[in-house]
Design a binder for this molecule. Structure first.
Ligand code: G6P
Ligand code: MG
Length: 215
């Protein structure tokens, strides 16, 4: 089987914005007296902004009005935008640029498949934009991971069959989305959360693309 495209999640795969999301959600939780834990934050990875808020409110056992929810979604995002405002190329995760260079040289198409509505800002701030043939972000999809929509749109936009795509994901929901879309999934992180992936690597440091992309 010859694979033709690599589809990348953004947060936690190419850059570590998960720490900023965590900080912003933690700050928000304090407004209704809730302290978000790291294990819970793990479950928010890959999950859209609205759904993340719903989960947190659920954990906090807080029934919010529609009005409160809209205000909090704006506040969380303003806080998050402030936290990412000084992001720069040094925040690209180790090994990522070398890996992108390798797959480009090997002829793979490269797309982004992120739930984030702030993906373009982050790609621009870190200088990653030119690597991508296509960007599918939270503004272009209606269904959140684990629904495969974001990756299927990526494959479709590149004109490549889902079976010929390899997805890189740090979130359980993202790995599920890739598998639901009939794609190969490479998990970036720990096997406890990413066990559904076809392969798992801790990060991109020293990774030889030609070997990793053999299935
Ligand atoms: C990514 C992150 C999630 C985040 C989601 C929406 O999937 O892993 O933690 O909630 O994007 O991000 P946004 O920037 O649109 O709030
Ligand atoms: Mg992620």
């Amino acid at each position: 089987m010859m694979y033709k495209a690599c589809l990348f999640d953004l947060d936690g795969v190419l850059v570590d914005t998960a720490i900023y999301h965590f900080q912003a959600w933690k700050n928000l939780g304090k407004q209704f007296g809730y302290e978000l834990t790291e294990e819970q934050n793990e479950q928010l990875k890959g999950v859209s902004r609205v759904e993340s808020l719903n989960k947190i409110l659920d954990w906090a056992n807080y029934t919010a009005t529609q009005e409160e929810k809209s205000v909090w979604l704006i506040e969380k995002n303003e806080d998050y935008l402030r936290l990412i405002s000084s992001m720069n190329p040094s925040e690209i995760l180790p090994g990522v640029l070398s890996f992108l260079e390798q797959i480009k040289a090997l002829g793979y198409k490269i797309a982004l498949g992120s739930a984030s509505k702030n993906a373009e800002i982050i790609l621009d701030k870190t200088g990653l934009t030119p690597w991508f043939d296509l960007i599918i972000d939270g503004n272009k999809v209606s269904k959140s991971k684990p629904d495969p929509e974001v990756f299927l749109k990526g494959a479709e936009g590149l004109g490549i069959a889902p079976e010929e795509c390899i997805v890189f994901e740090d979130a359980q929901a993202g790995v599920e989305a890739a598998k639901a879309g009939n794609m190969k999934a490479i998990g970036i992180g720990e096997s406890e959360t990413l066990f559904l992936a076809d392969k798992i690597i801790p990060n991109f440091i020293g990774v030889k693309a030609a070997e990793l992309l053999q299935f």
